[in-house]
Design a protein around this ligand. Sequence first.
Ligand code: ADP
Ligand code: MG
Length: 561
Amino acid sequence: MLDPETIGQIAAGEVIERPLSVVKELVENALDADATRIAVRVRGGGLVEIEVADDGIGIAPDELRLAPTRHATSKIVDASGLARVDTLGFRGEGLASVAAVAAVTIVSRTAGAEIATAIEASGETVGEPRPVAGPPGTRVVVRDLFGNVPVRREYLRSPSAEFGRIASWLATLALAYPHVGFTLEHDGKTAFAFPPGDDLAPRLRHVFGASSTAMLPVHADERYAGVRGWVSSPGDDRPDRRNQVLFVNGRLLRSTLVSGAWHAAYRTFAMVGRHPYGVLYVTVPPNEVDPNVHPTKSDVRLRHGERVVAVVKDAIAGALRRGAIERLERSISFAPPARESAALASAIDWTETLAAAETALPGNAPHGVAAKPALRVLAQVDRTYILATDGEAVVLIDQHAAHERIVFEQLGANARAQATAETLLIPYFFEVRPEEADRLEASLDALAASGLHIEHFGERAYRVTATPARLVHAGRTRPFDVADFIECLGDEVRGLDADQRVWASLACHSVVVAGERLEYPEMTALVERLQRCENPMHCPHGRPTIVRLDPDRIARLFKRM
Ligand code: ADP
Ligand code: MG
């Protein structure tokens, strides 16, 4: 027969795995107590001391002894009420579990009381309440965590790693409680201090980094679910899945279904293999979600999952569409630099005369079929896009994606035509790391077929002896980043075979990039060559090359409809 102390420790072990678990229990209690400020202080990664102080409703002196007792909770109602709770805690195990594996002091004062009351709890022992000085609210201090279960300590990582978990969880949680101020300290140093209020920006920036300023707001209210949040715009996405934060009814949870919906909404806007980041707040009626699922172990269960997914997907797709339009509006309102405005002026001039010529010569198109109207280049925008028009719509072309498409098709054509390569007078030598060598070796045939001849040259050295013929570089040379190119060779791209993957990587690394200033003739050449591509609309990785803003869309921007 196990003694109560041991039973307590075993039960606690399921709830309290590491210092972060303590912080979670205490912070959730503070939120349930309607705190507007929560201060977390940690020492030695949480093993030495954790203190959470709040300004919430407090615990009445006569209830204080019960708080650290198992199954004591002020939050549940009855067995049927279990599924309807809208508080974060409800099992009454939090404080008892912490006390089972540490020495706990609780100091609390309710709004009406003149003085605070303190109590100590450790293991199964709960001390006598005693009056102390203290502000309204509750302060819980946890010392010597796992002091009585040394084996637990062995599972833990370094104090700084344990603190890291605490910091990232708390900052993430803070995203869902903007009206609560949060501060976090480690060994006397402030990690962050988020003031309470409407401004989520400091929190978004802390969690998602500097690019958070470009995040797009998500907003939808449907019958089965409400969705709010902030998502990254395409292009700001990341190669890994971290940083997709989901709250369901205020709880930080995981959901494969919701992440799936997020990706689905995103896919049409972004490159394959990239992941959006951001935070979503999903609200469903409380009885639609099962809160009993352990948040870190498995997915949240949603009763009408498919409906929630549909709402999330539409909401995000809407946000991305609006984002694309706004981005366009913003880029158009920028005054072009002097040189470009000259080009713009002459281009407009030129389009007008051209339009006049066209009306003067009807039926000019070959075989009596209306030719696809040529795109007229007007200007470069943000050194990244080419602004053009076909006389009807505003057209934006992504200069890098477009050039990638052109070179990709050229490489394929070279391979099919067995085009001769241009032999280099002086071979170019480079070295690769051992792990890159395999990848490069596997691609040598495909590269040679398209005209890039690379030979093994002892150990880890290779040499380039010939480059693809007819590969136009928009009239400029740029350093070719071999390491990056080889890394890119390993990327899976849906819909491309092995050879095409190699050409896509080569294309990506030998063309103009975003941020590069293009001269007017370069832009016209690029656009003209893009129009002659088999698939001008997408780059080899699946990103769009051309965005059309048709007259309807323009009219809407001007509120004409
Ligand atoms: P639960 O949160 O599941 O109710 P806990 O063991 O975490 O269980 O807390 C037990 C009870 O102690 C709570 O129901 C609440 O009444 C009280 N309590 C705990 N922490 C606080 C706090 N920070 N402010 C006010 N009351 C608290
Ligand atoms: Mg609790």
